[in-house]
Design a binder for this molecule. Structure first.
Ligand code: HEC
Length: 464
């Protein structure tokens, strides 16, 4: 048996040259002392592979059309064999990938590994960061529920505000002037063809560069990078002190990568994927939807900033941030690499973490984001025997009122609490408000039937 296997392997290897390709990669020498801080790049790759595998699995079951998407997602979650788990893996895999990309970038920045000759690794890395975030953004729309759809609407509206070209970018993004079925096919195409294709292309290039230029050596204070002498010095370092990538350095990558995957598997199993809230209802316009966590902080930033400067920040903010990221290796590509001698790198990194973390906390609690996770009002809270009012309490949930209004311990805080609304408003005032909407409250006049309106008002009238 063993002999036979050996023969098969020889045939494959002789005809394909696979070991000639792989062996130099595994054996290539790396600088000594590359420690645990070097594992985040490969952990990102582990996550990407998980995303591809689970993504293919989901694509087999998902139907990218506006009348089927929500249904097929319900099917995946509730009926398909291991479907819920698959969605969980894909969701936490995405979160893990974004987290790992972020940490990897920060490590490279803190140890100035982007300096000569690895400028291009940094630049392709920034492209990979943008692609990863784009994947997250397009992916959440594919859930085709309130949250995903309205996040995309807000993003399209924000892009639309960019002077001159905004309208065209928004149209390119959602495939028309309004969000609809065509946007879903478009986002699906971005999410399963365009972005993954580019992602794999740039990852390959990124890895090729690692092989070509070598892994950066752990920085030492006082050891300066000089483009004139660096390559010769690095070659000598590898010759005298280098260790083979496999197994001397690779075992850490494997241990950490597998641990990352295990955490994702456990989270996917025990926490599960985000619930699919409700199919989007175009008659209800949410002004402040709540996207997944890695985008939530950007939404929080825009919500907290004075509306007058929002358009400018929206236009110049990304240009400045992305421009700075791309130009970093050109601002300084030689000299000191040690973080001890570059305290600003540490201060900058810590400040970034604090700002993003506090925006995330703000985004998670803020009263301006509707609470899409709210449960239906239980009868103990509805607390009336009037059948009309009970029907109204159901509509109060179904029509999304509860997302924005609090009743007892249920609901969101965008609008005023309505627990005892009948004490301050009469039926006519309530009707006027519901039909006409108001500041941040959508007008329901055209989307409620008259008996539905009466039932909701009956419910609100019972709140005293
Ligand atoms: C997107 C969030 C949002 C949704 C959804 C929403 N509301 Fe409101 N609602 C508000 C806001 C904000 C106000 C305050 C508006 C104002 O002061 O002009 C408000 C005000 C009200 C008021 C007046 C409260 C007062 O104390 O003056 C009533 C009654 C009301 N909403 C009922 C409803 C009902 C019924 C629904 C569902 C059919 C609903 N709302 C859906 C945000 C919302």
């Amino acid at each position: 048996m063993k002999k036979w296997l050996k023969k098969v392997w020889h045939w494959i290897d002789d005809r394909s040259g696979i070991s000639e390709l792989i062996m130099p990669m595994l054996r290539h020498p790396v600088p000594p002392g590359s420690k645990w801080s070097y594992v985040f790049g490969s952990a990102t790759l582990f996550c990407l592979i998980l995303q591809i595998v689970t993504g293919v699995g989901l694509a087999l079951l998902y139907q990218p059309s506006s009348d089927k998407a929500f249904e097929s997602l319900q099917f995946i979650t509730n009926q398909a064999v291991m479907g819920k788990w698959l969605r969980g893996l894909h969701y936490f895999g995405a979160s893990g990938m974004i987290l790992m990309v972020g940490i990897h970038m920060m490590r490279v920045y803190i140890t100035a590994a982007y300096k000569y000759p690895r400028e291009m690794s940094w630049i392709s890395g920034v492209v990979l960061l943008l692609l990863t975030v784009s994947m997250g953004f397009t992916g959440q729309l594919l859930r085709w529920d309130d949250n995903g759809v309205w996040s995309a609407v807000v993003a399209a509206e924000q892009m639309g505000r960019i002077p001159l070209i905004g309208k065209y970018i928004a149209r390119l993004l959602i495939g028309g002037d309004t969000l609809g079925g065509q946007s879903l096919s478009r986002f699906f195409a971005y999410h399963v063809f365009l972005f993954p294709g580019l992602l794999i292309l740039f990852v390959t290039f990124h890895l090729y560069l690692v092989l070509r230029n070598g892994i950066s050596e752990p920085p030492k204070p006082g050891q300066l990078v000089d483009p004139k002498t660096y390559r010769a010095w690095y070659k000598d370092l590898l010759k005298t002190k280098g260790v083979p990538f496999f197994p001397d350095a690779a075992w850490r990558d494997v241990v950490f990568g597998v641990a990352t995957l295990l955490i994702i598997i456990v989270l996917a199993y025990f926490v599960g994927p985000p619930a699919v809230s409700k199919p989007p209802d175009p008659s209800i316009v949410y002004t402040k939807p709540s996207p997944d966590w890695y985008l939530l902080w950007i939404f929080a930033l825009f919500a907290l900033m004075p509306p007058a400067i929002e358009s400018y920040v929206m236009f110049f903010g990304p240009i400045i941030v992305i421009g700075l990221l791309f130009s970093l290796p050109f601002i300084s590509n030689k000299g000191e690499r040690s973080p001890i001698k570059r305290p600003w790198a540490i201060v900058g990194s810590i400040a970034t973490i604090i700002i993003v973390a506090s925006l995330l906390v703000a985004g998670a609690k803020t009263p301006w984001s509707p609470n899409f996770k709210t449960k239906m009002l239980p009868l103990s809270v509805v607390n009336t025997t009037d059948t009309m009012a009970i029907a109204g309490s159901r509509l109060f949930y179904d029509k999304g009122c509860l997302y924005c209004h609090k009743v007892k311990d249920y609901g969101g805080k965008v609008g005023p609490e309505l627990t005892y609304i009948a004490r301050s408003l009469n039926a006519k005032q309530m009707t006027i408000r519901i039909v006409n909407g108001g500041d941040n409250m959508p007008a329901y006049g055209s989307s409620l039937k008259s008996h539905e309106l009466n039932e909701i008002v009956a419910f609100l009238k019972s709140r005293r």
